[in-house]
Design a protein around this ligand. Sequence first.
Ligand SMILES: C[S@@+](CC[C@H](N)C(=O)[O-])C[C@H]1O[C@@H](n2cnc3c(N)ncnc32)[C@H](O)[C@@H]1O
Length: 397
Amino acid sequence: MSDWTYGYVADIGYTFGYYTELNPLRMRLAFLNAGLATPQVGAACELGFGQGMSANIHAASSTVQWWGTDFNPAQASFAQELAAVSRAEARLYDQAFAEFCKRGDLPDFDYIGLHGIWSWISDENRAVIVDFIARKLKVGGALYISYNTMPGWAAFAPMRNLMTEHAEVMAAPGRGIVSRIDAAIDFAEKLLATNPNYARANPLAAERIKKIKDQNRHYLAHEYFNRDWDPMPFADMARWLEPAKVNYACSAHYLDHVDAVNLSADQQAFLKDIPDPMFRETARDFMVNQQFRRDYWVKGPRRLSALTQSESLRREKFILVTPRADVSLKVSGSLGEATLQEPVYGPVLDALADHRAKTLAQVEQAVQAKSINFAQLLQANEFADKRLPILKALEIA
Ligand SMILES: C[S@@+](CC[C@H](N)C(=O)[O-])C[C@H]1O[C@@H](n2cnc3c(N)ncnc32)[C@H](O)[C@@H]1O
């Protein structure tokens, strides 16, 4: 492994994934649903873009000016090639965060996004990123950040440490990362087969090892085999971001907004009694045994009046992105699988079945004859589950 990696796995490329949460256009619905004003995004930046699929798709499909970096030159080269082909003029570099964040030619950004970065880098690099957000995110601008968190990783964290240590200490010198990963998984399985007290106290650990065995080695290398791996509780994340003057806005994962599929009635009532919204998030993470958070933060949150919120929501445009017949009314949340009610969701989906972009006001009009009102579509908590098709099946045009 060469020096420029800071202990990050660089001898195997990352997967070619697209992450919809990184799309700034999607942010509006989540912010409006949370009752917050959303920034207009002119300039956006992605830190650690991997193969650059998301940055390139977002640059090619909008008028947003994109910048970004990923220090793996093979990945940056692929990302640049995509940008050249699409002529999106995305400015994508192969600089380390410390180098990129000092560039003198960067604009101030309305949006900064990092997906799958924060838990896998050193404190030193985290400080570089927080300083960058403090200096370069505009007032009113939004940050999207995802990270491994607690308590979801509490049981498996020691096993992850054991596997990385095995890969470092026990692997024969010169063996490539894939064979070191295979050997570490094999070792973990054999250890668990001896029925250690750890396995009795954490019965899910063996199941996870079984699942890991079948996963893509490129993904595993980056998820588990970096020197740094730090699942961070939400409160610690908030402390890290304090100097950047950003506040927690809402989850970027739409389904998190729908309590009915994630929290029992008792849990909802329990959380409602917690006055501090930040502490409420921490307690909620225990309810759902949160493993991975996908969050929006904002520099200077502005709360909308109920009227502005509903007017803004009515102006939002949606488009059905899958054939009507393929939309399943089954959804999975932390509580398990739920089936949405056809009498409410069917007409909403029918209204969008022509795949033309429509404002929520137009959808509202189309379903009025079926006695489905705006409150049912979006607002009232007791109808939160009925809001799901809007949140799940549709993307903002
Ligand atoms: C787990 S991958 C996530 C990639 C991408 N965001 C995605 O979700 O597909 C983390 C990425 O961060 C990059 N990275 C890690 N440390 C970095 C640093 N100090 N400077 C720049 N890039 C870094 C790695 O090369 C890798 O592509």
